[in-house]
Ligand binder design. Structure first.
Ligand code: FES
Length: 157
């Protein structure tokens, strides 16, 4: 069953689509609007978006599975994504990943039982000059070490 967008999201999507000469070009921002509504992009949401933009569900799925900014399952209130690619690894991401696992009490790919944190490993966040780095929701944090990670997480909420 397709999820039903709220009236507010339908209005936002219509405004997004109106900015582009072709509906398909609105795919990325429409997916963001869908994710704001549901917290993640399910296969059913992919189909709804495909219908709205008059493109194939496969095209939507390609985009959702390519970009790590789209969640494919529900995540906690804070989605902690740390880069495990080359630059970050060379500058200590491995020990930071271990530290985050210990601090949050979960392994990469898991969500805390209170739904506060989801912890993910990602490939290159495009901020190699600040390696090692991570994102919490849509905010970047770079030049990390364990005290900085502690400060960031302890200051949430
Ligand atoms: S390798 Fe970590 S941000 Fe690029």
């Amino acid at each position: 069953m397709s999820p039903e967008f709220s009236e507010q999201t339908k209005k936002a999507i219509a405004e997004i689509v109106a900015r582009y000469p072709k509906k398909e070009a609105a795919l990325l921002p429409v997916l963001h609007a869908a994710q704001r509504e549901f917290g993640y992009i399910s296969r059913a949401t992919e189909k709804s978006v495909a219908g709205l933009l008059e493109i194939s569900p496969a095209k939507v799925h390609e985009v959702v599975t390519f970009y790590t900014m789209y969640n494919r399952q529900p995540v906690g209130r804070y989605h902690v994504q740390i880069c495990s690619n080359l630059s970050c690894s060379l500058l200590g991401a491995g020990s930071l990943i271990d530290h985050l696992s210990e601090k949050l009490g979960i392994q990469p790919g898991e969500t805390t039982p209170d739904q506060k944190f989801t912890f993910s490993l990602v490939q290159c966040l495009g901020a190699c000059e600040q390696a090692p780095c991570m994102m919490v929701n849509f905010e970047y944090f770079g030049n990390l070490d364990t005290p900085k990670i502690d400060e960031i997480l302890d200051n949430l909420e």
